[in-house]
Design a protein. Sequence first.
Lengths: 91, 375
Amino acid sequence: MCLAIPGRVVETFLQNGMRMARVQFGGVTRDACLDYVPETTVGEYVLVHVGFAISRVDEKEAHRTYQALAELDQLTELEAPIVDEPSGGAA
Amino acid sequence: MKYLDEYRDGDIAAKLVERIRRVQTKPWVIMEVCGGQTHSIVKNGIDHLLPKGVELVHGPGCPVCVTPLEMIDKAHAIARRPDVVFCSFGDMLRVPGSNGDLFSIKSQGGDVRVVYSPIDCLKIAKANPDRQIVFFAIGFETTAPANAMLAWQARATGMTNVSLLVSHVLVPPAIEAILSSPQNRVQGFLGPGHVCAVVGYREYEPLAGRFHVPIVVTGFEPLDILEGVLMVIEQLEQGRAEVENQYSRVLDRGGNRPAQDLIGKVFEVSDRKWRGVGNIPGSGFQLRDEFREFDAEHRFSVETIDTMEPPVCIAGQILQGIKKPHDCPAFGTECTPQHPLGATMVSAEGACAAYYAYGRHLTDADLVTIGANGK
């Protein structure tokens, strides 16, 4: 579980004082915090570990790492339930 | 998909193996530190591609595996409380404690939730102001920035119903412990790529010098691993002991500075016990005093629980590269992923679980039978 998963930043926004992004991983989109790679812009690829982008990578590296993780069955963390902001009720 | 072929290219793998063969003149023992690397090696049979004189042994880099039983029992004691919502990464749910696992606590009515990210706990806390939200903050350096942010945000926003049960471990002190053991066999290391994406690899340089071992920070894909092995063997054959970076497309020597800054504000280095291995000085993180009120151990004052590992289990020696899964009489018989007896069988990244998942507990006779269906 120390492996980070590459995804593409499709949108950025602020939430609770943190710079966040919608990140697309294959067919799944999840939120990730960009505070540790603050220079990241929409369209770029980042390595995301448990909801935090820790490194930027190029597209080629992103595709390749994603495939390798899929083969190792290491994408299951993306299936964890989505927790909504409280106004929408908790999971 | 278009990028896949060049990296799966059997020709490149064959060339790397051939270069390893040409360079290697003596037997060498190399440890891969990261559980993701172990998984990749066993799945792809990389250890079987290497010349006979090159032995890969599997390291302690599986955070789920090395989380001590005492801490798992503490987690369970807290998760059973009716006022608690206990949040965890999914991997921890089926890790057995002395009495059941988090799944069984959930089925008995405990509010146990799998979260994708530690900061999901902030939302759960806001939605449940009358309940205590406890996050099981395990992991190596890769996970520390995420766990640090939970504590940081909880304090910044004055949340009184969030706390962390911290069981954080660090790679360099584990490498030091392995190299200091009189039984040590390891002569070179593949360093953990995504751990170093966060912390860089400066900390590894004194280790390489002091113990005269090459350390090559390496990715987890098959060609990464073969290239990392080649780089380690080149150093060993030339009598060099340096830290080199095979994974430069992802990380540099300094790592991620903003992440390191927040880790330093929230955590301080502490002694940690590793399941199967025992206490390793300075091998983990604990919350700094300023964050003590967010420490679940402090908030819930859980008593220390005496635990006992099955005496047959040799996980500690496997985690240190002294033994392999096959050396254990319980491997694949008494001890399986469904009924793990020890650390290295509890997570898919543990060496025993990886060996089991890819059929290495089977005998030749089993393989012949299965072979009829394409193995």
